[in-house]
Design a protein around this ligand. Sequence first.
Ligand code: BEZ
Length: 211
Amino acid sequence: MSLRLGDSAPDFTANSTAGEINLYEYLGESWGILFSHPADYTPVCTTELGTAAKLKGEFDKRNVKMIALSVDGIDSHHGWVKDINETQQTEVNYPIIADEDHHVSELYDMIHPNADNKLTVRSVFIIGPDKKVKLIITYPASTGRNFNELLRVIDSLQLTANYSVATPANWQHGEDVVIAPAIKNEDIPAKFPKGHKEIKPYLRTTPQPNL
Ligand code: BEZ
């Protein structure tokens, strides 16, 4: 059965561009983002891994460790990283797993046979410090991911893990958030001292509480 939100992220040990890597040891107390791509030396993947490398500082600020993966071998990864660095003007600065035996791809259900029976799709798993799966997104090979959206989602996941709020459509860091329905009106002033607006009894907003 495939993974669902709230499940424990399966642990694994795998070969990577940074040597042998154990997921749980690598993550430690950090958040993690594990993302697969279909194949090395392909155009969209080249732009994606370069973009991810350029944003590593943003992931670091959020205490998120990055790990990429495809079913290509380690020599292929090392050769391709040179191309990514050259063409995307960056330095790939996170491990890429060489999942030639499909061990990790199978654990995380990253191969979707009706799309392609050999290659991984563009899967994203965000893993919390408790090693639970917090977010799953799947894109097809033909569509490159928006890594700014992944940072936005991480901002939401980290905020909502600590406060009784949710983030509305298209929310960006710094904007008002929604007060969780479970919070009673009389408890709002103590929990949200910056104030709140009641648009409907079920739609109450407050300034982002952790700023
Ligand atoms: C790409 O990265 O460009 C790509 C990879 C596999 C299939 C289609 C596109």
